[in-house]
Design a protein around this ligand. Structure first.
Ligand code: PBG
Length: 331
């Protein structure tokens, strides 16, 4: 701890800021490609990759173009990607049945990625929203609410199919109670002892996910339609710690806070309290805001790096960010 008896002019903190070199030497936090995970969208039946309007520089990839994209990412030194599928509308139903089809689009894409790039870590979400007509992360009961215990059985089966396809890191993003334990138990039983579980533990019911829903062409959640009965209330932080504790006890290897910048306090609290590998998701709305302001030249493009370094300072071990590739290229 600094000696606070020392006063000006003995203490001149500007000495340590006086040149670029000394600033580098005393930097408390650094960002490297090892800290970055690129989320990638891949769309079924798509011929040519298409840019997502609200996520400048980010594309819906075809089965072919995603391989080229991963090749580029590997060259930058990025070690992990999170793959999000956009599923044909005629394959969606109320129960998200296509999620547990071992021959579904995403499982086939993952197999191809792992055949071509065995070293890249593939992360896949466990949640039903890409597969349901209503866009919820689980199946609905007769009241129209997501049925927790029915949903986690389906999520368990979805997770097993993803692992069989070659997924390295299973990332339940659904916020059902008890899902980490159920998935961990199933993985143990099937001898998938080394499959990693990255739990979206403190996932808030946030409006910052808007552009993601455009990207995956999922049902819109505005007005009364929300995920408030399963995703966390924005007002709460103690509850976030409770969620993280449960997920660790149920067998999570890594915990995650999401969104990122509006929730740096949560990220710091989680890291300080549990000292577990802790990831953060800089979500689509955060990226879109920064990109829009950069495009208008209201902000310089260094803000993206600044936002990512702030996650490191708050305690993140790794960051899921749409800016991963562009930042990795400049590191
Ligand atoms: C699906 C999922 C969402 C995001 C990641 N996985 C959307 C949601 O829960 O509504 C959001 C990511 C982003 O906004 O970048 N469960």
């Amino acid at each position: 701890m600094a000696n606070f008896k020392r006063k000006y002019p003995l203490a001149r903190l500007r000495r340590l800021r006086s040149t670029k070199s000394i600033r580098a030497l005393v930097a408390e936090n650094k960002l490297s490609t090892d800290d970055l995970i690129q989320p990638i969208f891949v769309k079924e039946s798509l011929k040519q990759m298409e840019e997502i309007e609200s996520l400048k520089g980010i594309y819906r990839h075809s089965e072919e173009s995603i391989l080229k994209e991963i090749e580029d990412l590997v060259k930058t030194g990025i070690k992990a990607v999170a793959i999000f599928p956009v599923i044909d509308n005629d394959k969606k139903d109320e129960k998200g049945t296509e999620a547990i089809n071992e021959d579904n689009f995403l499982n086939n894409v993952i197999k191809k990625i792992k055949q071509n790039f065995p070293d890249i870590l593939v992360i896949a979400d466990v949640a039903l929203d890409p597969y349901t007509t209503h866009g919820h992360d689980g199946v609905l009961n007769s009241d129209g609410d997501v049925d927790n215990d029915e949903t986690i059985k389906i999520l368990r089966d979805q997770a097993l199919k993803l692992v069989q396809a070659g997924t390295d890191i299973i990332a339940p993003s659904d916020m059902m109670d008890g899902r980490i334990g159920v998935i961990r138990k199933a993985l143990e039983e099937k001898e998938f002892k080394n499959t990693l579980l990255l739990a979206y533990s403190a996932k808030y019911s946030s409006k910052f996910y808007g552009p993601f829903k455009d990207a995956v062409e999922s049902a819109k959640f505005f007005g009364d339609k929300t995920k408030d009965t399963y995703q966390m209330a924005v007002a709460n932080i103690e509850e976030a710690l409770h969620e993280v504790a449960l997920d660790i006890n149920e067998g999570a290897d890594i915990v995650m806070v999401k969104p990122g910048m509006p929730y740096l306090d949560v990220l710091k609290a989680v890291k300080d309290k549990f000292q577990m590998p802790t990831f953060v998701y800089q979500v689509s709305g955060e990226y879109a805001m920064l990109k829009a302001a950069i495009e208008k030249k209201w902000l310089g493009d260094e803000v993206m790096f600044e936002s990512l370094l702030s996650f490191k300072r708050a305690g993140a071990d790794c960051i899921l960010t749409y800016a991963a590739k562009e930042i990795a290229k400049n590191l």
